[in-house]
Design a protein around this ligand. Structure first.
Ligand code: EPZ
Length: 421
């Protein structure tokens, strides 16, 4: 197992460019399997979760090629199986999009229960509710989900819970249903808009993505043939913006969409950071002689504060004197990493979904584990300001979602090394 060694105490400065969004790319790659021809997808991040999904669709028969610039060519026409059996399905969450895609394409789907980061129960009942409304029979037996429909027919679907995954999954299946599907109480995350834009570019008819009502007019043939570029990764961008604030540094994050970053930019500004917006960049710096003030955060579906930046933001709050609060409103068990932070000297008390953080003058280096993808990134951020050296173990979890993480960090001045134990 590999680890990162981070020597703390260095102020990060300079420029970093953001990769394509992992979570948008997962939805788009799955959506590409319902097309009636090949397509080119640009800005696909080279991260483990994406590579696993590509392996799975290859095992179903898709032809896949990647060029040296990172563009991906997918020809879904040779796919001749709707059943994904291998263990890879269980290692990522995004494999659940193959349910919607295979149901749309073959009116049948069969995959093992998806895996992914562990932060409490991760039900998929809203996905199933949507598929059933479209006419599918759902059975879940021995850890396998099977779907079958004689025919998919558009319906009105009201989601009981705002779910990113259910919204994208139903949208993909409904693209191949007969008639009109309306998803109400849909999630509004940027990657939902991106999957809809991709499908529309390839011939689909999806309106309203980015609002809480999405209307999909089923399209029997999706001619494809075009090219599409994935949006930048909002969470990767936020992680580097937080690295600037945590090290009291000065970082310009390039290639992002400033609008997507508003929930974070506004809070950093409220805490006293200087935020300079460019057309596709944000500079985060802390003016000499000033410091940040404590704050309260509550994670919410977009456009609220993203849960996927919660652990990294908690690290920032550890470095700010005074008492801050973090309320996790999306997942029921996303504070497991706090035990690791406490080993570094953090003073945090949790009560249910709330963490109360008392800032400390200094964290101290320790051996800590990446409990999940974002929690792992948070440990690296904590290591950047800790006294001494921090070793982060189980970093495969971090490499599921951050492209060239150590190279990007080192270019900003971080002292981080990857070691094979
Ligand atoms: C997506 O997960 C992301 N994953 C997660 O990012 C992210 O944390 C999450 O959205 C919230 O923004 C991918 O895009 C692959 P949800 P997803 O369905 O779709 C409840 C990362 O770090 N719910 O929006 O699985 C659920 O329990 C990852 O990149 C139901 O009750 O999340 C949760 O409380 C980790 N029934 C809430 O909704 C359902 O059928 C939001 O979950 C579905 C969800």
């Amino acid at each position: 197992m590999a680890s990162y060694l981070v020597r703390g105490g260095l102020r990060l400065t300079g420029d970093v460019t953001i990769s394509g969004s992992k979570n948008a790319a997962l939805g788009i790659i799955a959506a590409a399997t319902i097309l009636d021809g090949p397509c080119k997808i640009e800005n696909i991040p080279d991260v483990a979760d994406i590579n696993v999904l590509l392996e799975i669709i290859k095992s179903l028969g898709a032809e896949i090629r990647r060029d040296s610039e990172g563009s991906l060519y997918i020809d879904p026409m040779p796919i001749d199986s709707w059943s994904a059996d291998n263990e890879r399905v269980r290692s990522i969450r995004g494999s659940y999009y193959l349910l919607g895609a295979m149901l749309g394409r073959f009116q049948n789907a069969s995959i093992l229960m998806p895996g992914g980061c562990n932060f409490g129960t991760r039900p998929i009942d809203q996905h199933m509710k949507g598929f059933e409304a479209l006419g599918a029979h759902v059975s879940i037996e021995h850890g396998r989900i099977s779907l079958h429909a004689e025919k998919l027919k558009g319906e009105n679907i009201f989601l009981d819970v705002v779910s990113v995954g259910a919204t994208i999954n139903i949208m993909i299946a409904a693209t191949k249903a007969e008639g009109i599907t309306v998803i109400e109480n849909a999630a509004k995350e940027p990657h939902i808009v991106d999957v809809a834009n991709f499908l529309n570019t390839m011939g689909a008819n999806i309106r309203g993505a980015g609002t809480d009502v999405i209307r999909i007019t089923g399209t029997p043939v999706l001619p494809a043939g075009g090219s599409y570029a994935v949006i930048p990764d909002q969470i990767e961008a936020g992680t580097y913006m937080l690295a600037a604030a945590i090290t009291r540094g000065d970082i310009t994050v390039h290639g992002l969409i400033p609008k997507h970053m508003e929930p974070l930019s506004a809070k950093l500004e409220e805490m006293g950071a200087s935020i300079e917006l460019g057309d596709d960049s944000i500079r985060v710096s802390i003016e000499a002689g000033s410091d940040l003030t404590a704050a309260s955060f509550k994670t919410m579906p977009y456009p609220g504060f993203p849960t996927d930046l919660q652990p990294q933001t908690t690290v920032l709050l550890c470095t700010v004197l005074g008492t801050s609060r973090m309320f996790e409103n999306v997942w029921d068990n996303r504070f497991q990493y706090i035990d690791e932070l406490k080993m570094m000297g953090a003073q945090i008390m949790t009560s249910g979904q709330m963490a109360i953080i008392d800032g400390v003058p200094e964290l101290s280096g320790a051996v800590v584990t990446a409990r999940d993808l974002r929690a792992g990134a948070a440990m690296v951020l904590a290591g950047l300001v800790a006294e001494g050296t921090t070793e982060i173990t189980d970093i495969a979890k971090i490499e599921r979602g951050y492209e060239n993480f150590t190279a990007k960090m080192r270019a900003l001045g971080a002292d981080i090394t990857r070691i094979e134990n």
